[in-house]
Structure formats: structure tokens, C-alpha cells
Ligand binder design. Structure first.
Ligand SMILES: [Zn+2]
Length: 125
């Protein structure tokens, strides 16, 4: 769960789209299976979106903690296979999150994704 200050409006038309912690966003309601995902409401443009929108977790079907585990192992230098074994997910799943996180690291400076994924494919097999 993120503090609301780390989120920004996901409506591309919104005048406050790029600002964080400006007080325009509030949590309002829940979505997803078991109502685990919070909905965010923007007072500036009156848009509603999931707290996962625009994050690595948006397309995720894994629990947040599992995704964070994967990313933390990778950040500590574990390879995709080792990470997969330790966290208990397929190595292809690990690779998918590394790619997602890498893409997000370009534009979002969130602690969650602030690392440079190594290319585990390497030059030679
Ligand atoms: Zn907005």
C-alpha cells in the first residue's frame, strides 16, 4: 500500500497530473477481488482510478508482497532463476516484472522500482 503522497493523477488531461502530494487525490472505495485495491479520486479533474494504475502492479495478478519480494531479490543482485526459486514463482514471471519495473524506472522515481535490472540473458549461453 502506498501513501497517497506517492501517487499522482493518471488522467492525461488533468492539470495536476504530474504533481504528487498536492492534496488533489483522496482514497475513495475499493476494487478487485476481496476489495484489496484502493480506488483513488482526483479532486482536480474528478477522475477515479485504481491505486495500481500506472504502476508495476497494474497488470499484476500476484499479491503486492510477492511482487515486492521479486523486485527486492533482483535489486540485491539475485538472478531471475534464483529469485524465482526463492520467491516461489516461475522465472519467466520474474523476467516479466523486471521488464515492467525497468520501464517504470524511466519515468517514476519510486523506491519500488528504483534499480537498473541486469540483463540475465547475458551475451553467451
Ligand atoms: Zn486529476
Amino acid at each position: 500500500m502506498y501513501p497517497i503522497d506517492q501517487l499522482c493523477c493518471q488522467n492525461p488531461e488533468c492539470s495536476d497530473r504530474l504533481s504528487r502530494g498536492q492534496g488533489n487525490l483522496v482514497f475513495r472505495g475499493w476494487s478487485g477481488k476481496g476489495k484489496r485495491i484502493r480506488m483513488v479520486y482526483c479532486r482536480s479533474c474528478k477522475a477515479h482510478f485504481s491505486e495500481r494504475k500506472g504502476t508495476v502492479l497494474e497488470q499484476s495478478r500476484l499479491p503486492d508482497e510477492t511482487v515486492l519480494d521479486v523486485l527486492n531479490h533482483i535489486r540485491e543482485g539475485c538472478g531471475t532463476r534464483a529469485t524465482g526459486r526463492m520467491v516461489g514463482v516461475d522465472k519467466n514471471t520474474v523476467t516479466r516484472y523486471v521488464i515492467l519495473a525497468g520501464a517504470h524506472a524511466e519515468s517514476l522515481h519510486q523506491e519500488l522500482v528504483a534499480f537498473s535490472p541486469s540483463d540475465s540473458r547475458g551475451p553467451g549461453r
